[in-house]
Write a protein that binds this ligand. Sequence first.
Ligand code: UDP
Length: 418
Amino acid sequence: MADKSLQTLLERYADHAGEDAIQQLRQLASLLTGQRVVHVNSTRKGGGVAEILEKLVPLMQELGIDTRWEVIEGNEDFYVCTKSFHNALQGKNIRIPETLLRVYEEVNARNAERLRPILESAEIVFIHDPQPAPLLRHCPNRIGKWIWRCHIDLSNPYRPVWKYLRNYVVDYDASIFSLDAFAQPMPHPVFIIPPSIDPLSEKNLTLAAKVVRETLEEFNIDPRRPIVLQVSRFDRFKDPLGVIHAYTLAKQFVPSLQLVLAGGGAADDPEGDVVLSEVREAAEGDPDIHVLSSGHYTDRTINALQAGADIVLQKSLREGFGLTVTEAMWKGKPVIGGNTGGIRLQLMNHRTGFLVETPEGAAMRIRYLLFERRRIGQIGHAARDLVRQNFLITRHLREYLTLMVALIHGNEDRIELG
Ligand code: UDP
């Protein structure tokens, strides 16, 4: 076996995404050699954006693109303001005081002083989410194309807040949204680039069977009996009560069935506590329902639970993309998901998983799979393949590169690849 420590990052990804996918990246990147690209966001650690950039930036560098990752620095009020933006853009009715908006603008102006030379001389600038959006205004001598990359669900924003932010975003050369349903009309080209998972991360790398078994036992889950799992925040849209209902129906036919509901803590979500106590109440008296709610699980724990399950549920009533679905599919699990949002992009009914509308529908699929065990393997295999081809970070990168090529070479009659 090749010594992994000597492999380049691209070679390590080739092990998962396939050599062809990496070759394609090299081909696209050859049109961007030496170009200066800057990504800007507001944190180096924590959250999905930082997680993606942590891998994307070194990959772009390895491909010969002169890529930097800059982080804007704010004070407490700045983060209060941008957290409110986040909630308002996802639909909450929040009025943001003028004083906080001034802090937001000042913090951006201050960061622009520091970053201007880098930003103005870059050929491509990716600004992630609303936090650094005003930087563009402070770079009047920019030479490059600027892209606003929105990771948020903007399908139903609180209008006054979106109106304020939109003012900054309209000046960009392009925007990117994660799903068609999340996008807003813009006066510039809008691109749809779905999210992705990283096969090399702690949450997705392949674990030894022993680690998986030990994790299950640590939570008193019996690895020898069938396990159905849902990993989700305790949120009504994730329908944890519907999951318990589905499990109860299926258990009539499969008495040894166990259910695991694993969810993060609800520190910033008062409703999470209410949902969690409803879940505990519904689970009471059944020792085969395991509600894991400490919220302090490592990514490796989540990974082991997903790897140890026979079937994964994501019975959401409303969903953005549904990364838990992607993660489970990558582990070769058949997923039974709610027929909503990005779950539909991932579960091709009967082929890569099942879409359901009701707890009864979910119970029927659980029963079917546990009686037709070979289908678990077949669907799991197809599921992993779908993720390999569509939802790994390498596909995400390919689409960024394609977009960059299009923006930089867009005025040419033809673009020669390779
Ligand atoms: N997750 C986690 N611990 C938990 C619950 C969720 O690490 O206790 C992770 C999960 O593995 C996934 C993400 O949080 O990577 C949730 O993303 P998804 O798109 O499924 O749902 P969201 O919470 O964004 O609505």
